[in-house]
Design a protein around this ligand. Structure first.
Ligand code: S3P
Length: 173
């Protein structure tokens, strides 16, 4: 079973993924971490040294390697992973992959990522919460067409990580 969590930055993919993997007793991987390890560089540094197109190519390449090698895992993707190239099609057409979209409201996303925007090159230049909210609103609208192709969608706003994990496990049964 390969469970792939998709969703916007700040939707809880890594936190939920870790707990889910530990409950299911299967390995957990975070795609951003894997990219950083293999590239020997942080995500912001990769963006600034080599540009976003390079990052997207590596992201797709490392994702497909992970899905080929691993038989069982929970994978937390980056917010943009399913939105570029043919990635969403790769995910939904793989019969061993269960895609889950962690859907989170604009207000919650804005609150969650405002203080963590420095690790995220796409939003680190936005200075006020209002600017960030406006950016996320447009970006989320563009990306929803990809996220909405997931097999399951779970709203995460008013739930704890544990509740989201339990909800996913219910859907898997
Ligand atoms: C990105 C999200 C980030 C990271 C990169 C680009 C995006 O991952 O992959 O900064 O395009 O939304 P998180 O969703 O884990 O923040």
């Amino acid at each position: 079973m390969k469970i792939v969590l998709i969703g916007y930055m700040g939707s809880g993919k890594s936190a939920v993924g870790k707990q889910l993997a530990s409950k299911l007793q299967i390995p957990f991987k975070d795609l951003d971490n894997e990219i950083e390890i293999l590239e020997g560089n942080s995500i912001p540094q990769i963006f600034s040294d080599k540009g976003e197109i390079y990052f997207r190519k590596k992201e797709r390449e490392i994702l497909t390697d992970i899905l080929t090698i691993e038989k069982n895992l929970v994978l937390a993707t980056g917010g943009g992973t399913p939105c570029y190239s043919d990635v969403i099609n790769l995910l939904i057409s793989d019969k061993d992959v269960i895609t889950i979209y962690l859907a989170t409201s604009l207000d919650t996303l804005t609150d969650r990522i405002f203080n963590e925007k420095f690790n995220r090159p796409l939003i680190s230049h936005l200075t006020t919460k209002e600017e960030l909210k406006e950016f996320i609103a447009k970006h989320l609208f563009e990306r929803s067409q990809f996220y909405n192709q997931a097999l399951y969608t779970l709203r995460t706003d008013s739930f704890t990580i544990e509740e989201v994990v339990n909800e996913i496990i219910l859907k898997l049964n």
